[in-house]
Design a binder for this molecule. Structure first.
Ligand code: MF3
Ligand code: CO
Length: 255
């Protein structure tokens, strides 16, 4: 599949999809507390998404059974919300959500600590977020796709973290997953040349330990092989001739 370049009208719709998803994330962040279940997070997320007349894009995507992916501690991504999974002080939790607004997708993830967390856990969350910002320094027309990948991968490595290799970022638009695939590690090739109007979901998945991951028996939940903590940070990004526009992060203070 070719990489789509969005028209001004499409960018308007994706901007709105992104704005709504940012609100969803803000609501979820504000709701987090020890004692709640990961199911509670999914219920609230779906409710907020639908209150903006959007569709939760993950629900039923390839059979995924929920609206929000909730991944705790050594779970990397695609954790399935459950009434039995209760958050406790010291956990870290990655929330990944996507909405469809008038046919256009946005996709974003955040990782938070529950109550007081260890210094090592906070460092992992901060490094993962910073990986994203290192990557998007290169997200500009005329640069190459794998410039982004390399910047993410190098920053994680410099900070002693493992970079998940089995999952990647992706183009996004009328589909949740479009070309191109965006690895979070250094590539030997340059990759495609970036053009204004491309929209990319850039999403480092970073482990405190090794890069290797496994899938649980539910065939969704990805966990670190060495049981080390994992964090995820993602925004939907619009490539321009200048600075990239973060469609799912307009509030400079948002995490
Ligand atoms: N942000 C994830 C991704 O880009 C969300 C997909 S999860 C699924 O792959 F449940 F929808 F599959
Ligand atoms: Co994504």
């Amino acid at each position: 599949m070719p990489i789509t370049v969005k028209s001004p009208r499409e960018i308007e719709l994706m901007t709105e999809a992104g704005r709504i998803l940012e609100i969803v994330h803000n609501e979820l962040k504000a709701s987090l507390r020890p004692g709640m279940s990961t199911w509670d997070i999914d219920c609230l997320g779906e409710e907020v998404i639908r209150s903006y007349h959007c569709i939760p894009s993950f629900l039923d995507y390839n059979g995924y059974p929920a609206s929000i992916c909730v991944s705790v501690n050594d779970e990397v991504v695609h954790g399935i919300p459950s009434k039995k999974r209760i958050l406790k002080e010291g956990d870290i939790v990655s929330l990944d959500a996507g909405v469809i607004y008038k046919g256009y997708h946005s996709d974003a993830a955040r990782t938070y600590g529950i109550g007081r967390i260890t210094e090592a856990a906070q460092k992992l969350i901060d490094v993962t977020r910073e990986c994203f910002f290192q990557g998007i320094k290169y997200a500009k027309e005329g640069n190459y796709l794998f410039d982004i990948s390399g910047a993410i991968g190098r920053y994680a490595k410099e900070h002693g973290c493992g970079v998940v290799r089995d999952l990647c970022g992706h183009g996004i638009g009328t589909n949740l997953h479009e070309a191109p695939e965006i690895p979070n590690y250094e590539m030997k090739r340059k990759g495609v040349k970036l053009k204004a109007g491309m929209t990319l979901a850039i999403e480092p998945m970073i482990n405190a330990g090794g890069w290797e991951v496994d899938w649980l028996d539910d065939d969704w939940t990805v966990v670190t092989r060495d049981s080390s903590l994992s964090a995820h940070y993602e925004n939907t990004v619009l490539i321009t001739e200048g600075e990239p526009r973060l469609l799912t992060l307009t509030d400079a203070d948002g995490r």
